[in-house]
Design a protein around this ligand. Structure first.
Ligand SMILES: N[C@@H](CCC(=O)N[C@@H](CS)C(=O)NCC(=O)O)C(=O)O
Length: 221
């Protein structure tokens, strides 16, 4: 398999984590976003949305969208299950993952930030405020949701979950860790988010997450 990836792309980082957690080997093909390599014909002619990541399977199929790619990997390969077996837990995990992938990340993407500055004339300072506002409010919502889940566990006599959901990392952790990395990178305060910080630190201490980290990528700068 080949993963078309950019070291700082959080959507690519999600898929790298999933590949590592499942123990799947892959070749990383760097696509430099700041140099607009994703918009060049060589890449954009294969991907309707011209975004990273893309997974090129061994039979030559190109898959887009990190969540779809991770679910495909989970359905077609063994190793750690990233989506739980029962429908209710699966819905919980997908909901947590989508709090990052559908609510936070789309507002802060490179093309959105470029549009704010280049088309709408927003200052760099206001662009940073926009970024921090949506990351912080999105993570606060996720913290509240994680708290609710732990209250439900406590009511059933269970200890607090060490990860987003249950006892092992899932799709939700694949999404949360890159978003926390981005928050730290852009100096968004994480105070008052104890569950998120603890989950991210626990994940980051695992070798699979370390191998997927932006600093471990062949294209890291
Ligand atoms: N929903 C997509 C998001 C993909 C995405 O937006 N990727 C970013 C990097 S994290 C990208 O390619 N940005 C290029 C741009 O915004 O021009 C996914 O989950 O794969």
């Amino acid at each position: 398999m080949k993963l078309h990836t950019y070291f700082r792309s959080s959507a690519s980082y999600r898929v790298r984590i999933a590949l590592e957690l499942k123990g799947l080997g892959y070749e990383a093909i760097p696509v430099h976003l700041v140099r607009n390599e994703h918009l060049a014909a060589a890449y954009a002619s294969r991907m309707g949305d011209a975004l990273v990541p893309a997974l090129e399977t061994d039979d030559g199929s190109w898959l887009s969208q990190s969540m779809a790619i991770i679910e495909y990997l989970d359905e077609t390969h063994g190793g750690l299950r990233l989506l739980p077996g029962d429908a209710l837990s699966r819905a919980r995990v997908r909901a947590l993952a989508q709090m990052v992938a559908c609510e936070i990340h789309p507002l802060n993407n490179l093309r959105v930030l470029r549009y704010l500055v280049h088309e709408l004339g927003v200052s760099e300072e206001d662009k940073s405020r926009w970024y921090a506002h949506w990351v912080r409010s999105g993570l606060e919502a996720m913290e509240r949701q994680l708290d609710l889940f732990d209250q439900q566990r406590a009511a059933s006599g269970l200890a607090s979950s060490p990860f987003c959901w249950d006892e092992t990392p899932t799709l939700a952790d694949c999404c949360l860790v890159p978003q926390v990395f981005n928050a730290r990178r852009f100096k968004v305060a994480l105070d008052g988010l104890p569950r998120i910080k603890a989950i991210a630190e626990r994940c980051e201490a695992m070798p699979a997450f370390a191998r997927a980290h932006p600093s471990a990528c062949p294209d890291a700068e």
